[in-house]
Ligand binder design. Sequence first.
Ligand SMILES: *Cc1c(COP(=O)(O)O)cnc(C)c1O
Ligand SMILES: [Zn+2]
Length: 408
Amino acid sequence: MSWVKGLKCRECGRTYPKHALYVCEYCFGPLEVDYDYGRIKKALTRRKIEKRPKNMWRYRELLPIDKSPTDGLNSGFTPLIRAKNLAKVLGVKELYLKDDSTNHPTLSFKDRVVAVALSKAKEFGFKTVACASTGNLANSVSAQAAIANLERYIFIPADLELGKVIGTLIYQPTLIAVEGNYDQVNRLCSEIATKYKWAFVNINIRPYYAEGSKTFGYEIAEQLGWKAPKHIVVPCAGGSLITKIWKSLKEFKNIGLIDAIDTKIYAAQADGCAPIVTAIKENSEIIKPVKPHTIAKSLAIGNPADGIYAAETVKETGGWGEDVTDDEIVEAIKLLAVTEGVFTETAGGVTLGVAKKLIEQGRIPKDESIVVCITGNGLKTQEAVKDRIGRPIKIKPSIASFEEHVKK
Ligand SMILES: *Cc1c(COP(=O)(O)O)cnc(C)c1O
Ligand SMILES: [Zn+2]
């Protein structure tokens, strides 16, 4: 059964049928999925959701597919961790990590968006899927398309981390490493998408794909006992996730699943690629594209497609934006590991580094609930930390050697 009325232009409100479309032909605004909220409100209750399997499809009515989901049946419902050790270090009372570094199957939040994109691509009858990626999307499209037996073309910047490259190649896609940055990869893919009849998950399927990110926000609210937190810190690349987390809370409020929202949302970027945070700080209505230079490669999008909406989200909620240096990213990755046992990738270092800064600045008060979004896994970006964590102590296999080198 479908709960979707069609597509709707975010800028001018013109409506479109639910096809593989993504821009308004009148004003070039992005198209968004338009739901029948009246019917969803009658159909969906907390109890009903709670009885369903613990995966992202428990919010099925709020996701844009017409038939039963076919992908990501084990994705989502990742832990919301009460981070007591980390809270003590930061001097705050109530701190949580929403931990998608454990997401199935490829250990990042991208498994959510890809699950929706592939389910939808199959409904449209596509046999080939593709994407332009900063790394995690490449992993997830490769893996989930392999499971679904779809042909797959993956485009990445040539300088990606080894873990992201191997974590893509293992699923045997056609992997194309483009000599350029993500923004150049994306531009190339837009051209390819108009020429070939492929489902580019983050281009021509984007309105559907992006909706998968809402499940990250639904889960935060459900796992807090059907309550929105006071503060959420979100890493930004293209700016879609942060926009959709805000949308997820508003939807839950509108259909009566949570009572109130009093949530401030904060954007986190690396200082080597911070076009969204810069716009927030300068209170600017436009996003000035930048040339990325940061170890947080998964966030290295210099010309973010949803940048303006990300900045709007922050403004609308009364949040703020901050950026961190490469050094601060590494320190935050290490801090998260030793306090909570979570090894996050560079994007998680950005988020925690920014959260720490905002707490120190007094922008996030110490006595209110805070959720830090951990979106990816540290085993994929080992280059970032490998020279900053010491080395093993090498010994001979004897007690004498042990005592000589360790227990001196
Ligand atoms: C893609 C990605 C993001 C940001 O997503 P956007 O929706 O493009 O802002 C955050 N964290 C990780 C690990 C990612 O791979
Ligand atoms: Zn329009």
